[in-house]
Write a protein that binds this ligand. Structure first.
Ligand SMILES: [Zn+2]
Ligand SMILES: [Zn+2]
Length: 254
């Protein structure tokens, strides 16, 4: 079976990252009532992942299974109806199957894949910034699609990086290009940013009908990209109503 090589499994800064994600999700839940439920669930998941890392002795896929039951219990208590239902049929062998299906990108979007992503994520946070010359719409470390873009101020405007939907690695990507299909024609690309969420921006592509949220760090330095992406729920509604599809669903399934 395919899987993660030992050099890829470095939960080095995961504790710190988890604390930041949990605190940020709670802060944003107060600020954005429309996304509150999703953000509160995100905070629970980030806190759960932190505990799972602290208790882990062998950082491999099989050890993820040790936390299956605790995650199912958390979902039974706080999860959506869809996730609760998926938890009911997630025995050990189903969970193992889901973990490998996620790693191999056979299933990264179903309700069952949620459990795999939560369990895998603490084990795939990689060291280093990756290969800076890598220009691709797939993560240079694990090959998974991006979750969100991050804009950082630079001499001539802003530089974009993409954040991996699984291992949260970042890599550079051209700012005016669709991260789903590679479209560069600016007439095909559009941007939307509501006034009350100025640091969040949605890039839509008329060629492939996909969209991706960008987080502008120049407007909100404290942002934690994958968490702020969940706060962008009203932008998801905006994009979906216009017939666009998200490049990849986030941790809470939006
Ligand atoms: Zn990755
Ligand atoms: Zn596109």
């Amino acid at each position: 079976m395919g899987g993660l090589t030992p050099s890829q499994v470095v939960p080095r800064n995961f504790q710190d990252l988890s604390r930041r994600r949990t605190a940020r999700a709670r802060a944003l839940a107060t600020r954005y009532p429309a996304s509150r439920e999703a953000l509160e669930f995100c905070a629970e998941i980030a806190a759960f992942q932190q505990q799972a890392v602290e208790a882990a002795s062998h950082p491999d896929i099989e050890s993820c299974l040790n936390f299956r039951e605790a995650l199912c219990n958390l979902v039974r208590e706080k999860g959506s109806q869809v996730l609760k239902q998926a938890a009911e049929s997630l025995d050990e062998s189903a969970c193992r199957e889901a973990l490998y299906a996620y790693v191999e990108q056979v299933d990264t979007t179903s309700a069952r894949s949620f459990f795999a992503r939560v369990l895998l994520q603490p084990r795939v946070i990689f060291q280093g910034a990756g290969n800076p010359s890598h220009i691709d719409n797939r993560c240079p470390h694990c090959g998974h699609p991006p979750q969100v873009g991050v804009l950082r101020p630079e001499a001539n405007g802003a530089a974009l990086t993409l954040v991996c939907s699984l291992c949260l690695s970042e890599w550079p990507f051209p700012r005016s290009q669709c991260a789903a299909c590679g479209e560069r024609d600016e007439k095909q690309l559009a941007y939307y940013s509501p006034e009350q969420m100025a640091h969040l921006q949605t890039q839509t592509c008329d060629t492939c009908q996909r969209y991706l949220h960008h987080i502008d760090l120049s407007k909100e330095l404290a942002a934690v990209p994958d968490v702020d992406e969940i706060a962008a729920l009203p932008l998801d509604v905006w994009a979906l109503e216009r017939g666009f599809q998200k490049l990849h669903p986030n941790l809470v399934g939006i």
